[in-house]
Design a protein around this ligand. Structure first.
Ligand SMILES: [Zn+2]
Length: 508
């Protein structure tokens, strides 16, 4: 049976990677590109790792799988703070479920939002947002890593630090990548599978806090010395070169017939943040409590320079609020939000009116509009979980992002130039296309222009002769060799399995 290796590089931007491939700077990836199919991989409208990876592994838009963000629709104790999600929020079959049902063996390691892991034919190790390596259902089978000598060294994700303690942060990034690679190698040696799917996520974390080194016009660069800039301006390439070396070793170790390298989205600079909730306040959609009644919002370690709106908003008279850096607007809907006031019959009008207003937002410094488009959720998503999506999605122009909290409640200014170390803001944001590379015995050489992230799973299923369900949004990519024929499905019914077992016993 053929063996397929799928390696994920979280946040690998097509524009940079394709240039480095052309310049011969990523040797192993370049070899795959030269023989196989390569192109940008268009990401999800909500360019969030959780949403994007889930669309990749299900072949469906988020309205059909229900993972829109890192939080779901459950509010913590009637506050407006939402509970983080885990894999139980994914309500669609994933690649490994299809493979298992069809009798194939699959290994899945560190795909985001896979904790608690599924029972599969093969093995699974949870990805980001898994509580710990000791958590029940971090792996399947439960004892998968009981003899793994480096388990104590393994990191699910990078902790804190970020750009304020840069050396520690960079050390953590590399350590996380090294340990991920060691675990992939260990499992590939230990377990035989038809398909191995492993994701390196630290490239995404690294890009969020280092991006100003890779963009000479980034405002945050003023905080760096010439020496620091020289030291780090090539660090993104170096990180991908490390991933490229590991890619080569994994291909060899696994003995792959087919290899895919995929990323969930690209990256771009944030020059300015827009204080969206303050704007909603100025427009009258969001109300604050009188000063004496405002309280601090307590959740984990929070930056004291930021004003978290949760304890300060007068929710009982607020119409809309925004969460996150992508302008996800929620209507304070009666019966859905803890203190919702907007009636169902008013919903559509409020959405329409707000969209008109959002499209009019301008940056006073340039006089330009900052929003490319704003759309209601049902213009983007389809399926049974659309109602769990943000009510309005804002698509900012390049270099802009929103900020959910408020930096200075007293000032009227709505924009924050992204040059302030005290605020610990992200310097790069998930944007644009990731990469898609497929090379090996099944695939032909071509440049791909129109691959979508949801096409990855249908393409893999097709290569194993697994029938696609009709509700899949992704399509099989036109990358197969002319003489390629999908293998006969090896799905066996219970009866057939019984017959085979009996025959085996008879030693026929
Ligand atoms: Zn990502």
């Amino acid at each position: 049976m053929k063996r397929t290796l799928v390696i994920g590089w979280d946040g690998a931007p097509y524009d940079r990677i394709s240039k480095w491939v052309k310049d011969g700077k990523l040797k192993n990836l370049g070899n795959l590109v030269n023989r196989g199919s390569f192109g940008p991989l268009r990401t999800t409208e909500l360019t969030i790792s959780s949403c994007a990876w889930t669309t990749m592994v299900t072949g469906k838009n988020a309205g059909k799988h229900g993972v829109f963000d890192f939080f779901g629709t459950k509010f913590v104790n009637d506050s407006y703070f939402r509970e983080p999600i885990d894999s139980r929020w994914r309500r669609a079959d994933a690649l490994w479920n299809y493979m298992t049902k069809n009798g194939y063996r699959i290994g899945v390691v560190n795909v985001p939002i896979t904790y608690p892991v599924d029972k599969v034919k093969g093995f699974m190790v949870g990805g980001m947002m898994s509580p710990s390596v000791d958590a029940p259902r971090f792996t399947y089978p439960a004892d998968l890593l009981k003899d793994y000598p480096r388990l104590k060294e393994y990191r699910i994700d990078i902790e804190g630090a970020k750009h304020l303690d840069r050396d520690k942060f960079i050390y953590e990034v590399h350590k996380t990548i090294d340990e991920r690679f060691e675990l992939f190698k260990y499992l590939i040696k230990k377990e035989d599978v038809d398909l191995f799917f492993g994701v390196f996520t630290s490239s995404d974390r690294f890009s969020h806090y280092m991006w100003h080194f890779f963009d000479p016009a980034h405002p945050y660069r003023k905080n760096e010395s010439e020496e620091e800039i020289r030291k780090y301006e090539n660090s993104l390439l170096e990180l991908y070169q490390q991933l490229d070396v590991y890619l080569g070793e994994l291909i060899e170790e696994f003995g792959a017939d087919n290899v895919m390298v995929v990323s969930d989205h690209g990256f771009a600079s944030i020059y300015k943040y827009f204080e969206f909730n303050k704007w909603l306040y100025q427009k009258g959609y969001l109300k604050f409590k009188p000063k004496s009644e405002r309280s601090e919002f307590k959740h984990g370690k929070l930056n004291p320079k930021r004003t978290y709106i949760y304890g300060k908003v007068d929710w009982g008279s607020t119409v809309a609020y925004m969460i996150g850096k992508r302008g996800s607007v929620y209507i304070n809907l009666e019966g859905r939000e803890p203190q919702g006031i907007v009636k169902k019959e008013e919903y559509e009008d409020v959405v329409e009116e707000l969209i008109k207003e959002i499209k009019k937002i301008k940056d006073p410094e340039t006089g330009e509009y900052i929003v490319e488009d704003a759309l209601p959720r049902d213009a983007i998503f389809s399926g049974p979980y659309v109602e769990e999506a943000p009510d309005i999605l804002t698509f900012f122009k390049d270099k802009y992002a929103s900020i959910g909290y408020i930096v200075d409640l007293e000032s009227e200014d709505l924009f924050i130039v992204n040059d302030r170390p005290d605020l610990e803001l992200e310097l790069g944001i998930e944007r644009y296309s990731g990469i898609f590379v497929a090379s090996g015995s099944d695939y032909r050489h071509r440049h791909l222009e129109d691959a979508w992230i949801g096409d990855v799973t249908p393409t893999l299923l097709y290569s194993y002769g697994i029938e696609l369900t009709e509700d899949m949004d992704g399509k099989v990519l036109d990358i197969f060799n002319e003489d390629f024929e999908p293998p006969r499905r090896i799905y066996l019914s219970k009866r057939e399995k019984g017959v085979i077992a009996r025959l085996k016993k008879m030693k026929l």
